[in-house]
Design a protein around this ligand. Structure first.
Ligand SMILES: [Zn+2]
Length: 280
């Protein structure tokens, strides 16, 4: 059973892989296979999210599938899924509690190859379900790790309307996190020009606005250790002494309170703080 599918497979897939009907029955009796729903089985240790999706008559898709494929996505309180073809034609699965059946499934009929959508199918579902910046952030994440190319993404989404084209035209493979994508797209939407990943005093800063306004985007993973805490303070002190103005935004502030941060950044820009000369 394919591990990348979260340890869940259709009976037909098991038979295709060479298991016999007897072997499947035997494995069920010994608890090596569990029936998830009619025609679907799971291995011990299978991903509970995949089991929940299949149990609900859907497959894992959209941001939940991308997360499994280790692509950056914004956290969601729901499990994002789409309906399998059979269910699509015969019975509509209700939106229940923490499972969201994303729109794409109802708009077009795409076969589900397994219980976890491929990255391509998940991006197509995401285009219908999530805001454009999140799609750009997911694509930035794929590009940054050399898992796809600009032209492959344009081939997949370039003919799918204005939202897709806008998300594609804003991609940048240099971005290393969704926070960077979200913040920089907010700057672009207000025509605030910036440079990303600039080297100053030997440090690489995330975003430089004008000559001297630095905005650092701090995720827990990179900045949550004691050593990082120490390094960040030293770096801020040295940059301030050199005449730079440093602002730090946490992941939470970038994702949930971006407008409040933008108000302050606009205030600094109005005062032309970003344009003052840095006496290097
Ligand atoms: Zn979704």
């Amino acid at each position: 059973m394919p591990i990348e599918a979260g340890g869940v497979a259709r009976r037909s897939e098991l038979l295709r892989q060479g298991l016999t009907v007897n072997e499947i029955d035997q494995a069920r009796r010994h608890g090596e296979l569990q029936r998830v729903r009619w025609g679907w089985y799971s291995l011990p240790g299978a991903d509970p999210a995949v089991i929940r999706a299949v149990k609900a008559g859907t497959v894992l898709s959209c941001v939940s599938s991308l997360k499994r494929h280790d692509v950056w996505t914004r956290d969601s309180q729901h499990l994002h899924t789409r309906q399998t073809e059979y269910r699509q034609r015969h019975k509509r699965v209700r939106y229940r509690n923490d499972i969201k059946v994303c729109m794409a499934a109802e708009r077009e009929s795409r076969p589900c190859a397994g219980p976890v959508d491929s990255i391509r199918d998940a991006l197509l579902t995401m285009l219908e379900c999530r805001p454009g910046w999140e799609l750009t952030a997911a694509m930035d994440s794929l590009l940054n790790r050399n898992r796809t190319t600009h032209s492959e993404l344009w081939d997949l989404l370039g003919h799918r309307g204005g939202k897709a084209v806008k998300a594609l035209s804003q991609m940048d493979e240099r971005r290393e996190s969704g926070s960077e994508t979200r913040f920089q797209l907010a700057l672009e939407s207000e025509q605030i020009s910036y440079q990303m990943q600039v080297r100053l005093l030997g440090y690489r800063v995330d975003t430089l606005i004008g000559r001297r306004l630095i905005v650092e985007l701090d995720g827990w993973s990179a900045h949550g250790t004691r050593k990082a805490f120490e390094n960040d303070r030293e770096r801020d002190r040295r940059l301030a002494a050199a005449g730079f103005h440093v602002i730090r935004l946490t992941h939470q502030q970038t994702m949930e309170q971006l407008e409040a941060a933008m108000v302050d950044i606009r205030t600094l820009i109005r005062r032309r703080e970003h344009l003052r000369r840095v006496p290097l």
